[in-house]
Design a protein around this ligand. Structure first.
Ligand SMILES: [Zn+2]
Length: 239
């Protein structure tokens, strides 16, 4: 589905939701039992928009590891947090993996390639509108820190999505790193969808590591990813 179609469908959904909301209001006003939660549940503005959240690595590939913290586990934790937030406002969320395993079959000859191809297949499903591949970064110079967004340069929408998420996530991460092209990343150049790769923090940096160990910080980060996605969709809507 193109972004235009997402927006058109969203508008159709909004009309249906408005009718439903009016009915809910009418019934509940009559019985005097209307609550904020009921209103919120009746109006989920992003109903039907489908997002794939891809937790990087898995299986024997733990991604980067520092002082007993590994990237693979943190990626899973982050996608679960983002999923929860997205579902609250009506998004449909698909995960490429939801546990420690990778996506390759038993005895695969090229494990990494099969794993990545299976991720790409999930992302390329027709119903998928947007995908976010979630990772943690590492660098030889351990002063480097902060969140960073990557996109495939041949997809203008992906660049916009990266900019929106970057803008909101920086309110929490205070990163000074710029949004970058990531054309060499398989997970960005193979799928035919709007998507980004998010590096949440540098595990090679002590202060980033400490932040990522905080449940509260990870929740704030997840929340800002959702704000970024919503802001991108709203921008598309009014374009
Ligand atoms: Zn990674």
């Amino acid at each position: 589905m193109t972004t235009y179609n997402i927006v058109v469908n969203k508008m159709k959904n909004k009309t249906k939701v408005c009718i439903f909301l009016a009915a809910v209001l009418a019934i509940n006003i009559k019985f005097g039992s209307i609550t904020y939660t009921m209103l919120y549940d009746a109006y989920k503005p992003y109903n039907g928009v489908t997002v794939v959240l891809d937790a990087g690595h898995g299986g024997k590939d733990l991604g980067c590891e520092y002082e007993g913290i590994n990237e693979s586990d943190l990626n899973i934790d982050m996608v679960n947090k983002i999923k929860k937030e997205l579902e609250t406002i009506g998004f449909i969320v698909l995960l490429t993996r939801s546990d420690e395993h990778d996506l390759a079959s038993e005895g695969a000859t090229n494990r990494k390639r099969e794993d990545l191809n299976n991720r790409v297949d999930i992302i390329n499903q027709e119903k998928v509108d947007i995908y976010i591949s979630v990772h943690m970064n590492a660098y030889v110079t351990n002063e480097v820190k902060g969140s960073q967004l990557f996109y495939f340069s041949e997809n203008e929408d992906s660049k916009q999505l990266a900019n929106h998420i970057d803008e909101s996530i920086k309110k929490v991460s205070e990163s000074e790193l710029k949004v970058k092209q990531g054309d060499s990343y398989y997970i960005l150049n193979k799928p035919k969808k709007v998507g980004v790769l998010l590096e949440c923090a540098f595990l090679s940096n002590a202060s980033d590591r400490e932040k990522m160990l905080s449940e509260e910080y990870r929740e704030h980060l997840a929340n800002e990813v959702v704000v970024g996605i919503v802001s991108y969709l709203n921008d598309k809507h009014y374009e």
